[in-house]
Design a protein around this ligand. Structure first.
Ligand SMILES: Cc1ncc(COP(=O)(O)O)c(C=O)c1O
Length: 479
């Protein structure tokens, strides 16, 4: 995460989105008058019990939603694809783990992106969405032999994480069950050993990393790795992902430089241009304090153009893959929830909303480590609450789960919130829904994508609130 600075406000478009969502009735209401209104009187005039069907219908009106800005999300991808990393041989895969919603994967596919997958399920999901197999990149550090064979048979770009996996691929190829084609891409992931960033859990380029084959600068280990790779003429890719949020640009660039040097050394030893795909991973950090939504692709590309010009040349690699996750997703959605209840304590307030550690696990379990969601107060009709500095109240935005740590933001200095008001949390488009937990069997939220001019935003619902029955299906056991 970038160093903490003063939080910037929402953009005018985000403010308009909250207002439009409230006014178009997408955020429901709170209070008893709505609950089971249709069901409260039976046909004989007596009181009818609230049926499960009626409860499910009410659940669909739960007053909270993820609101994705489809236009700005696309503008950011276009900035990456057409302005910064614009050479035709770039294949920009979106890291599926950051935002696996089918709507965005399909749109990314239509726009010419690929899909970076961290599991076989993500591979299957991406193929189902319609990505061509060679635009699907399979990057798990713990693939089973069956998953490897499935991916190879499908023609998916496979990045081997380690030498044991390499031996499995070798055995599968030797069995004759899979024949690679000239368009097959099989890469080897290296750990460039550039050191940790500011977030330990995202620092994968340390000596103790579980990812990739450690790549020493020189010495016997490097020599034997080179020999092993050169002896496998079917290896035609090198993969590096130096780390995620918290890695400085200089570290990311050093990681790519290290991978490119390795690729060129393989080619030199092999006496041919064998490594044709260079996969430079993702890792670009998100600045959670700022209103600016476009990601820092420009400074990253500029630094790479200076220090690793080979990836931009048209005669060094046939394909350069990027795998941006956070930078492609985080800044493009808001969470809007009505305040269901409030509590006051000495000098502050707690606002209970419908999303907590079930969707904001990183924020709740590790406050201020991975993410920082700016928080804004809106009235029940969707007007941003403007108050003077003195009138602001330190407010905890607490979720609905049954444990004390279920607080998304602590001590936010915002306008006093009342029951029915709307809380907006910024930059929730990535690594929130995909890290959802099923703790307390909460229902997943409804999701909308909005498009159009600020004054006339149109919302398309892409996910319903998860039905109650569905939220407990996973707990059923075999007879
Ligand atoms: C191999 C690989 N590629 C890409 C990504 C996406 O990283 P980021 O979201 O930092 O861009 C990750 C994140 O874990 C990863 O492990």
């Amino acid at each position: 995460m970038a160093p903490k600075t003063e939080d910037e406000p929402l953009t005018a478009r985000q403010v308009a989105a909250i207002k439009a969502a409230a006014q178009q009735g997408l955020l429901g209401t709170v209070g008893v008058q709505e609950v089971g209104a249709q069901e409260s009187v039976s046909s004989d005039g007596g009181e009818a019990p609230l049926t499960l069907e009626a409860l499910e219908a009410e659940v669909q009106k739960k007053p909270f939603a993820f609101l994705y800005d489809g236009d700005t999300w696309e503008a950011n991808l276009a900035h990456m694809r057409e302005e910064t990393f614009k050479e035709k041989h770039f294949m920009h895969a979106c890291a599926v783990k950051a935002n696996p919603l089918e709507y965005f994967l399909r749109r990314a596919c239509e726009l010419g992106h690929g899909a970076e997958c961290a599991s076989i399920s993500e591979v299957v999901h991406s193929l189902d969405v319609g990505f061509a197999p060679d635009r699907v990149v399979f990057d798990s550090p713990c693939k089973t032999a069956a998953e490897i064979e499935f991916a190879l048979r499908k023609g998916v770009h496979l990045n081997m994480d380690n030498l044991q996996e390499l031996a499995r691929v070798e055995a599968i190829l030797a069995s004759g069950r899979v024949n690679l084609t000239p368009s097959s891409i099989v890469g080897i992931r290296v750990n460039p050993l550039v050191g940790a960033g500011t977030i330990a859990a995202f620092s994968v380029s340390t000596g103790k990393s579980k990812f990739g084959v450690p790549l020493q600068k020189s010495g016997q280990e490097r020599e034997s790795l080179l020999a092993r790779v050169v002896a496998c003429p079917w290896i035609n890719g090198v993969h590096v992902h130096t780390g995620s949020g918290g890695m400085g640009l200089d570290q990311l660039v050093a990681g790519v430089r290290t991978a490119v040097d390795f690729a060129l050394e393989i080619n030199e030893r092999a006496g041919e241009r064998r490594i044709r795909t260079l996969d430079m991973g993702g890792g670009l950090a998100v600045n959670f304090n700022v209103a600016q939504q476009l990601s820092d692709f420009a400074p990253y590309a500029a630094a790479l153009r200076k220090d690793v010009p080979e990836i931009f040349a048209d005669n060094v690699f046939d394909r350069v893959v990027t795998e941006f996750g956070a930078a492609a997703q985080h800044k493009f959605a808001l969470l809007a929830s009505r305040v269901e209840y409030t509590k006051s304590y000495d000098g502050g307030r707690i606002a209970l909303i419908h999303a907590g550690s079930d969707v904001f696990m990183r924020a709740c379990y590790c406050p201020e480590t991975f993410v920082h969601h700016r928080v804004f107060a809106f009235s029940s009709t969707g007007e941003q609450k403007e108050v003077s500095e003195d009138e602001r109240v330190p407010t905890d935005i607490a979720g609905p789960l049954c444990f004390a740590g279920d607080v998304v933001v602590r001590d936010a200095k915002i306008a006093p919130l009342e029951v029915g008001d709307i809380v907006a949390l910024a930059d929730v488009g990535g690594n929130a829904l995909s890290i959802r937990t099923t703790h307390c069997s909460r229902q997943g939220p409804q999701v909308f994508v909005f498009h159009g001019a600020n004054e006339a935003l149109t919302f398309r619902q892409i996910q319903d609130v998860q039905p109650v029955r569905d939220s407990v299906r996973q707990w059923k056991c075999r007879e």
